[in-house]
Design a protein around this ligand. Structure first.
Ligand SMILES: Cc1cc2nc3c(=O)[nH]c(=O)nc-3n(C[C@H](O)[C@H](O)[C@H](O)COP(=O)(O)OP(=O)(O)OC[C@H]3O[C@@H](n4cnc5c(N)ncnc54)[C@H](O)[C@@H]3O)c2cc1C
Length: 465
């Protein structure tokens, strides 16, 4: 906890201004990479900074079971653009089997991928686009210029291994997941999250699973898996299995598993005998450093118990072991900014249309259960919805855009918009818009949505189905 009764006056110091850039993107996750590539490909000088030592953000670090949300309920492709090119690269290197049917019936398709090779492909893309990437570099402050009608960020203060320096950007894109730049700039945030926030999880990979035995259990115990679960013959490269509730209940009854969950999600690369397991859960405020530390300890115990559960209870798991653990806790929800427009659950459910649409979403409203025993609740959508540019424009500031999971959306709407395809979509839109505003010498808020749409279409972004 922060002790606010005792305050320390920080020392004032002069720091070097390292660079002038057209577009500064903060956060090298799905949204930030798409934003930086789009801005750089539009010919603008672009810098991308990330607090960690890697590019790829949550999609790489958390090695999710599959990026999902590329198709609407009718099976139409709704997301292409930058991520479409990235998928082609993954296919070319054999790093992903491409879009596959979601065998759990939870959504329409999933894009399984090898997380390490995804990060490598993203780094290559950034290099080819000419993005200046700075890693191990954290945004620690911003300086506002209040001389105009709205405050603008004149400098962003960065702290790297070599010390503290500043960058002078024309436009900033906050793709930090936690909206750190918006926070430091004094932006307003959605207020519906405090009690309702989604839980965080730590995903891990088990090795040496015997899939013949595992699949015998799946085929002989359909009642222990989500309704609608099926696996294709011949087998897809990656198998998604949701269930194992009877086994989890037995382990709990035997005192071998403390976590009270009645299903787990497994994405298995059967030829390699590997599977990613999604089951752990911790609830709290990811912006509280003390909580993050406690959560890391709590979730470590959960992962150890789950790994033991695999060895002791899961058919085919006798020789399994934890092969790899995500390098950081996976945070589903923290700050969401208050933008010029806030996407609501009604917009998402109704397949809303907007004059300033920059892309599409279509994944079910996916809310993970913070306290009950199930994994998550998905409310299927009938059709795709459009995402308006205004939901990427941070309210009350002249040159700050947002992209990714911290965009302007309610808790429920974010349940769909936080999916990685939509993070790529909003990132590409923000990067393209930032470049356009620099080219035209206007505030990002004042660009013409029709010009933006034309540029996005030229990038092969899908705006309508
Ligand atoms: C456990 C879990 C399972 C999920 N499952 C799926 C799934 O199956 N399919 C799917 O599509 N989506 C899934 N999601 C959702 C999805 O992964 C995230 O919403 C998405 O990856 C967020 O992307 P982003 O670009 O907004 O942020 P991130 O990818 O989190 O990137 C933000 C980056 O900003 C950096 N950063 C943060 N603060 C600062 C700072 N102050 N200065 C500099 N850098 C900073 C971070 O280091 C990070 O690299 C899951 C999420 C979780 C947590």
């Amino acid at each position: 906890m922060v002790n606010e009764s005792e305050m320390l006056e920080e020392q004032r110091r002069a720091i070097p201004v390292q660079a002038d850039v057209d577009v500064l993107v903060v956060g090298a996750g799905s949204a930030g990479i798409a934003a930086a590539v789009a801005a750089a490909e539009a010919g603008r000088s672009t810098m991308l900074v990330d607090a960690s030592g890697m590019v790829g953000g949550t999609l790489v670090a958390q090695f999710l079971e599959g990026s999902a949300g590329y198709h609407d309920a009718a099976g139409n492709l709704i997301v292409r653009g930058f991520v479409g090119r990235l998928i082609e690269m993954l296919l070319d290197y054999g790093s992903s089997p491409g879009h596959t049917v979601d065998q759990t019936g939870y959504s329409v398709t999933r894009l399984p991928y090898n997380h390490a090779e995804l990060g490598l492909c993203e780094a290559v893309f950034l290099g080819e686009a000419g993005v200046r990437v700075q890693l191990n570099t954290m945004v620690v402050d911003v300086v506002l210029d209040r001389s105009g009608p709205l405050p603008v960020i004149s400098h962003v203060v960065l702290e790297g291994k070599g010390g503290r320096h500043a960058v002078r950007p024309a436009v900033v894109i906050d793709a930090s997941g936690d909206a750190d730049v918006a926070f430091k700039a004094g932006a307003a945030f959605q207020t519906d999250w405090a009690d309702a926030r989604q839980p965080s999880s730590l995903l891990f990979k088990v090795g040496s699973l015997d899939f013949d035995e595992l699949l015998r259990y799946f085929r002989s115990h359909p009642e222990d898996f989500r309704e609608g679960s099926s696996i294709s013959e011949p087998l897809d490269d990656v198998l998604h299995l949701w269930g194992f509730g009877a086994l989890l209940a037995q382990a709990r009854a035997d005192g071998r598993l403390a976590l009270n969950r009645d299903e787990l999600q497994l994405a298995g690369w059967h030829r390699r005998g590997e599977a990613i397991v999604n089951l752990s859960r911790v609830q709290g405020d990811a912006l509280d450093s003390g909580w993050s530390g406690r959560a890391a300890i709590e979730v470590s115990l959960q992962v150890l118990e789950i790994a033991r559960f695999f060895r002791e209870y899961v058919p085919g798991g006798a020789n399994s072991y934890v092969q790899q653990v995500a390098s950081r806790l996976g945070v589903r929800e923290s700050r969401r900014v208050l933008g010029d427009y806030t996407m609501s659950a009604d917009d998402v459910r109704a397949g809303a249309r907007f004059d300033d649409a920059v892309g599409l979403g279509g994944f079910p409203i996916d809310i993970h259960d913070p306290s009950g025993t199930s994994l998550s609740f998905a409310e299927p959508l009938v059709s795709a919805y459009q995402i308006p540019y205004r939901s990427l424009v941070v309210g009350g500031l002249g040159n700050l855009l947002v992209a990714g999971r911290c965009m302007s959306a309610t808790h429920e709407a974010a349940g769909s918009l936080r999916l990685t395809p939509q993070c790529f979509v909003t990132g590409e839109a923000a990067g393209t818009a930032a470049a356009l505003s620099v080219i035209e010498g206007t505030s990002p808020r004042d660009i013409d949505p029709a010009d933006l749409a034309e540029r996005l279409r030229a990038r092969n972004v899908i705006l309508h189905v």
